[in-house]
Design a protein around this ligand. Structure first.
Ligand code: PMP
Ligand code: GLU
Length: 401
């Protein structure tokens, strides 16, 4: 037998967002003053009451295996959160699973739903991990490109041509990484009707639910009726809302048969999520939309407006005002083909490389999200850094010929 890797193992592309973060950190370690608009992670510390809950959990001996699907306490808080925020009724015992980040929930959902060759529709641009997760689970990603001129918002009618007999699921992410768009109740109703008509699952990634601006409303597609609820897996977590990226707690809710299969899968893959982090997440969710969370959202909002203003002030670059999350997609299409110090900008990857190497500003190439004429910038960094970073980006663009 040849000692080679499996087809799946050999074909996985590493996460471009995490790769850019690693590269930026290498530059920082080498002594360069890098402005990081790359990885999407709140720059705030985890709120003190959550840190205290974790310390208390250690001292109370909550350091052993927990039930695979998560502690009773945390699943109860998650069920309360769904009822309170999303008008969704899930049974804490059997319809909810806690995993090591929303990432693991998404991956496990795909693993228990897909047979080899099953298609998953991904409205694009989409988060870098979706297509790779689909492939890792044996499925085939089918990209449904959204129109940049409409701010990347799409409707059921835009998706319909991509539905085939092999369509097993659709992944949606509102508010969206990478473009910050939000799907309205009407649009979600159309998508729900299509999913019920054509019989496919919806994996609804709502991790940025709370990062929403301009009075927009977050709607969970599962709340639009019993039929779509029975075809939906809702995915969420504490990473973004509570500045808890390193704690690795995400959760999913859905029909009992699916959560049961995901729990069985997880029982072999990783057992339970970290017991101490689960106690901390329970404290976070019990507190809900506390003042410190509202303060973080207000700060993201101010940074969003600032970054939007500064991007659009750079000749040759434009961006839509994002409505949610903490990302914006900047259109650099007009700069492709130009040269920086003799180096041709062949696409978004080259743009990002040259910008990092010459001005020490990290952005993520849009190519990784399926949109090579754009780069993604995260505004989860201070206003001062946003101003300095955008000054450097403007200088970079002014040097193009
Ligand atoms: N979904 C999206 C769209 C994301 O941007 C992220 C960011 N990490 C995740 C899921 C995963 O979040 P986590 O695993 O930290 O809960
Ligand atoms: N989701 C964030 C991002 O897109 C964090 C990195 C990752 O998990 O991909 O930048």
């Amino acid at each position: 037998m040849p000692l080679d890797l499996s087809v799946i193992g050999a074909g996985i592309a590493p996460s471009a967002t995490l790769a850019m973060d690693t590269k930026a950190k290498e530059f920082i370690a080498a002594g360069f003053d890098v402005i990081k608009f790359g990885v999407g992670e709140p720059d705030f510390d985890t709120p003190e009451f959550i840190r205290t809950a974790a310390k208390e959990a250690i001292d109370a001996g909550k350091t052993r295996y927990t039930p695979v699907a998560g502690t009773t306490e945390l699943r109860w808080e998650i069920a309360q959160k769904f009822a309170r925020d999303n008008n969704l009724d899930y049974d804490a015992s059997g319809e909810i699973i806690v995993s090591s980040g929303a990432k693991q929930v998404l991956y496990e959902a795909l693993c228990v739903l897909l047979n080899p060759g099953d298609e998953v529709i991904l409205p694009s641009p989409c988060w870098v991990s979706y297509p790779e997760m689909v492939r890792m689970a044996g499925g085939v990603p089918v990209f449904a490109p959204a129109d940049p001129d409409k701010g990347f918002v799409f409707t059921a009618e835009d998706l319909r041509p991509y539905v085939t007999e092999k369509t097993k699921a659709l992944m949606i992410n509102s508010p969206s990484n990478p473009n910050g768009c939000i799907l309205s109740r009407e649009i979600l109703q159309g998508i729900a009707d299509l999913a019920v008509e054509k019989q496919f699952y919806v994996i609804s990634d709502e991790i940025y639910e709370k990062l929403i601006y301009d009075g927009e409303e977050h709607v969970s597609i599962a709340s639009l009726g019993p039929k779509i609820k029975d075809q939906t897996i809702v995915v969420n977590g504490v990473s973004k809302t509570y500045a808890m990226t390193g704690w690795r707690i995400g959760y999913g809710a859905g029909p009992r048969r699916i959560i049961k299969a995901m729990t069985a899968y997880q029982s072999h893959a990783s057992s339970n999520a970290n017991s101490i982090a689960q106690a901390a997440a329970a404290a976070a969710l019990a507190a809900g939309d506390v003042a410190c969370v509202r303060d973080m959202i207000a700060e993201f909002d101010a940074r969003r407006v600032l970054m939007h203003h500064l991007i659009n002030a750079i000749p040759g670059i434009s961006a839509h005002l994002p409505k949610g999350a903490f990302y914006t997609m900047a259109n650099i299409g007009a700069l492709i083909g130009k040269k920086h110090r003799g180096e041709v900008i062949t696409g978004s990857e080259r743009f990002a490389e040259l910008l990092l190497e010459s001005k020490y500003v990290a952005v993520v190439p849009g190519k990784s999200f399926g949109e090579d004429s754009h780069v993604r910038l995260s505004y989860a960094t201070s206003s001062g850094k946003i101003k300095r970073g955008m000054d450097r980006m403007a200088e970079f663009v002014s040097e193009l010929e």
